[in-house]
Design a protein around this ligand. Structure first.
Ligand code: PLP
Length: 431
């Protein structure tokens, strides 16, 4: 099969045809076995071939394949919402569903705005985001995120947003906190609706966790000034970092939590917003209608996949596996860093969302993409990225990184195999 009718994202790339998958492995038509060291795009969190999830989806598709949530409910919808709500921090009482992470964030921006309207604060409309956070590719999410290469072509189409500097722009971990205080003064809190951040920055900075104190200060400023705090947990949610949600690590309490990816273990597109009670009540008290929704919000097969996946997370004690395999993977990556000091400058992250920061010197040799190709040639899939850092004179340096984020169900043997294939790729690439 040539795949010639597919509008690929990169027409110049090769796309091996995957014919089956099991556990942490994907198998291509030509017989190549790929170890899924990034769970796809950090989504296939429960590995491949989980029959409980596949069975639940099939059963749901046969029973009720579609029921529009504008008019109907399904038992699977209730089950998924109850399971998600029970994992969220205290005070989160309702779940709004969408399909992808970008849609979830767009929904959160609108919900924040509607919350303010319901309280008579109609001037609040601006959203604050951070450079070097990623919130999705739709225009609103792209506008508030900091992926320069994805933004550049669409810059004139992006709505105005407010910006905090990247966590890595300054040696001062509190610089974004000071920048937020300044923004509130210059723009006026009465015009600011929401602030969105990743509590542990995934793809843009490579599993970089801001200082907890800085996160807590940002949360406090938001609380003081009535700014809705949105924690984007699309990548980090459902155990990826060793806790159900990454906000538990710093103890910040946002007003909205967005999720996606791992909620179904990647078996179906599902995302959403977990909503804290004051926002639920404000919407209920002001007419009770959220002026937003999607055809596939709460799609029966997707929520059935989520309910089955979340049952699997709980019954198989996936969090415990994240702790054990996360420690093994981190220590293996640290050994590789010690062996390849000219290539690897940092190992970081939490749970099974880890990353290697690579030497800027590798940029001349194709950066993280080239190392990723070397890994692919050895049957290992990783998730390359890069951020740009400016020094005090404004000179920019591209800092590449590789996310290493295997399924949360990975076995000790799969972790060992991942490290061995990565070792081979590093040896080949740094020779
Ligand atoms: N937010 C974060 C933190 C993400 O990592 C991503 C995707 O990588 C998104 C949002 C966007 O999700 P999607 O690609 O499902 O729209």
């Amino acid at each position: 099969m040539s795949g010639s009718a597919v509008f690929h994202r990169d027409f110049g790339a090769d796309y091996p045809l995957i014919v089956s998958a099991q556990g942490s492995y994907l198998y291509a038509e030509d017989g190549t076995e790929y170890l899924d060291g990034s769970s796809g795009a950090v989504a296939a969190n429960l590995g491949h071939g989980v029959t409980e999830i596949a069975d639940a989806m099939r059963e749901q598709a046969l029973r009720v394949g579609f029921a529009h949530t504008l008019r109907f409910e399904t038992a699977a919808l209730h089950d998924a919402a109850a399971r998600i709500q029970s994992l969220a921090p205290e005070g989160f009482t309702r779940v709004f569903f969408a399909s992808g992470g970008s849609e979830a964030n767009e929904s959160a921006f609108k919900l924040a705005r509607q919350y303010h309207l319901s309280r008579g604060e109609s001037s609040r409309h601006l959203v604050v985001g951070m450079w070097d956070n990623y919130h999705g590719n739709t225009l609103g999410a792209l506008a508030v995120g900091g992926d320069a290469s994805r933004r550049q072509h669409y810059a004139p189409m992006l709505p105005r947003t407010l910006r905090l500097p990247s966590w890595r722009d300054s040696a001062d971990a509190m610089a974004p906190v000071a920048a937020l205080e300044k923004l509130v003064r210059s723009e006026g809190a009465e015009n600011i609706s929401a602030l969105i951040l990743e509590p542990l920055v995934g793809s843009q900075l490579g599993a970089f966790e801001p200082e907890h104190e800085a996160l807590r200060k940002i949360a406090k400023i938001c609380r003081t000034h009535g700014i809705v705090l949105i924690a984007d947990e699309v990548m980090t949610g459902f155990g990826r970092c060793g806790t159900n949600f990454a906000v538990e690590r710093s103890g910040i309490v946002p007003d909205l939590i967005t999720f996606g990816k791992g909620v179904t273990g990647g078996y179906a597109p599902l995302s959403g917003v977990i909503v804290s009670d004051p926002i639920v009540q404000a919407v209920r008290d002001s007419g009770g209608v959220f002026h937003h929704g999607y055809t596939y919000s709460g799609h029966p097969v997707a929520v059935a996949a989520a309910a089955a996946a979340l049952r699997f997370y709980a019954e198989r004690d996936v969090l415990e596996n994240v702790a054990l395999r996360g420690a093994e993977l981190r220590s293996g990556l640290e050994s590789l860093a010690a062996r390849y000091p000219s290539a690897i400058t940092d190992v970081r992250g939490a749970g099974l969302l880890l990353a290697l920061e690579l030497s800027p010197a590798l940029t001349a040799r194709g950066g993280a993409n080239a190392l990723n190709r070397a890994a692919m040639a050895r049957g290992l899939v990783l998730y390359p990225g890069a951020s740009t850092r400016a020094d005090s004179r404004g000179n920019a340096t591209v800092v590449p990184h590789l996310l290493v984020a295997p399924p949360l169900t990975a076995t000790p043997a799969e972790i060992a195999e991942l490290l061995s294939r990565l070792d081979g790729a590093l040896r080949a690439h740094t020779d």
